[in-house]
Design a protein around this ligand. Structure first.
Ligand code: IFM
Length: 479
């Protein structure tokens, strides 16, 4: 049997995010985030689920860390809840911060490397009430919060991720409206993206100012969810153009300012005449912003689940209407998250996950190679990859063969990219355990560990046991 080896020291882990697992939304001074508000909007979340309790991780954290240890995870990627640490986006709340102090200590005592993300979508509602990410001031409030966290944990945590998937925060939050805060304001998504990037750049700058450098063992990066946009019908000019636009609004709107210090020219032409607050988005980009945003990074986090297949369709069409998706969506009407661009569909006849996401590991290789070739990206961590499946517990076990297969295929695709010179340093499965999957509520399970939401019993799935062996061996057999 042929074996493919990973580099020595390759970091194996699993990921989760505060709002999706913690529950305890009123504990110890936490105030509402935009997601606490959004879950109350009729039709916003499938089956009306809320994350008020979620996985009770706030109370069960020590047992959850012990389970990570039993599964042999070398690292745990988690996020901190801004409204716990700085309620309403204001002053530091020591009781809220204390949870993350305890989590960090617990991980370190157990020998697991903490890999925190400062922002995974839970903006304090009080800041949204002042404009949210369309208000420049939010970037400065983010800096205050992030520095307070760094003051407390900077001595024990080495790797810091500023933002998780700012595309979702900006374009699903302010253009498409399928995510909190549910605004459908066209080019507001670009304004939000700029302020998110500004918050990122402010933190990177301050972190460097405090001596945060890789030669001292301290690193900083950002996690994006870049996609591969292949036209639905490559022979149709309109679909080819839709793919170019999607690439602009999804990938290059972040990658170009981060790694080339400028926004793409076609983003400007594609948004020509679109205004937010009676202004073009370019008016929100002030002198010096792009220098901050393009400060060199130590790593790039990449989340990958699927590519996209853009078609030049009416941009308020819903995917299910046209291709008969099997997936039950929340019922609140959404817009396309791409201002002025067509929607995205799975191609019929292609393998898909239980969520109708196309399975396309080759796209993963292509993406990683592009990040190296076009952006000269710093070392990469795969900060999320995984699969939603309709898992059930049978006689105390979960036989989630589809998840193991998906992860294996994507690890091979990642190794293919590494063979072509891409410097990948680690891989985190999304997710450590089943959790609150945003507008899909609890119906969509991504975990290595099954959670029974009635009893809070955790059951490691077959994929968890397999992943645990893989991480210990640091190599993958070729099937
Ligand atoms: O659950 C999410 C996560 O919060 C961000 N990345 C994608 C995951 C699966 O949809």
């Amino acid at each position: 049997m042929t074996i493919r080896e990973f580099p020595p020291g390759f970091l194996w882990g699993a990921a989760a995010a505060a709002y999706q697992i913690e529950g305890a939304v009123h504990a110890d001074g936490r105030t509402p985030s935009i997601w606490d508000t959004f879950v109350t909007v009729p039709g916003a979340i499938l089956h009306g689920d809320t994350a008020d309790v979620a996985c009770e991780h706030y109370e069960r954290m020590p047992q959850d860390v012990a389970l990570m240890k039993r599964l042999g995870l070398a690292s745990y990627r988690f996020s901190l809840a801004w409204p716990r640490v700085c309620p309403d986006g204001g002053a530091l709340n020591p009781a809220g911060l204390d949870f993350y102090r305890r989590l960090t200590d617990e991980l370190l005592d157990t020998g697991i490397t903490p890999f925190p993300t400062l922002y995974h979508w839970d903006l304090p509602q009080a800041l949204e009430d002042r404009g949210g990410w369309t208000n420049r001031d939010t970037a400065y409030r983010f800096l205050d919060y992030a520095m307070a966290v760094h003051d407390a944990l900077g001595d024990r945590i080495d790797s810091w991720t500023t933002l998780n998937e700012p595309w979702c925060s900006a374009f699903m939050g302010y253009t498409g409206g399928g995510h909190a805060p549910g605004r459908q304001e066209g080019v507001a998504g670009v304004v939000a993206a700029h302020h998110l990037l500004l918050g990122h750049g402010l933190f990177v700058d301050a972190f460097r100012g405090r001596g945060g450098t890789a030669d001292r063992g301290k690193t900083v990066g950002i996690t994006l969810n870049p996609t591969v946009a292949d036209p639905f019908d490559p022979s149709r000019e309109e679909d080819v153009d839709a793919a170019r636009r999607l690439d602009g609004f999804h990938n290059r709107v972040f990658l170009d300012p981060l790694f080339h210090g400028k926004y793409p020219d076609d983003l400007e032409s594609d948004t020509d005449g679109m205004l937010f607050d009676a202004k073009p988005w370019q008016d929100f980009v002030l002198d010096g912003d792009l220098e901050l945003i393009s400060r060199p990074l130590d790593f790039l986090g990449v989340n990958f689940y699927h590519g996209d297949v853009p078609a030049a369709l009416p941009y308020d069409a819903q995917p299910g209407e046209l291709l008969g998706s099997r997936i039950e969506h929340s019922s609140r009407p959404r817009q396309s998250p791409y201002p002025g661009a067509g929607m995205v569909f799975p191609r019929t006849g292609r393998p898909t996950t239980d969520r109708d996401w196309e399975i396309d590991p080759v796209a993963f290789t292509r993406l990683l190679v592009r990040l190296k070739d076009v952006y000269d990206a710093p070392p990469v961590y795969i900060t999320e990859n995984g699969v939603m499946a309709c898992d059930v517990v049978e006689d105390g076990a979960v036989h989630d063969t589809a998840r193991q297969r998906f992860i294996e295929q994507h690890l091979h695709a990642m190794l293919d990219a590494m063979d072509r010179g891409v410097d990948v340093r680690g891989y985190f499965v999304w997710s450590f355990m089943d959790n609150f999957e945003w507008s899909y509520g609890f119906a969509h399970r991504f975990g290595l560990v099954h959670v029974d939401y009635d009893t809070q019993v955790r059951t490691p799935k077959d994929s968890a046991l397999w992943f645990s062996r893989l991480a210990a061996q640091n190599r993958l057999p070729v099937a």
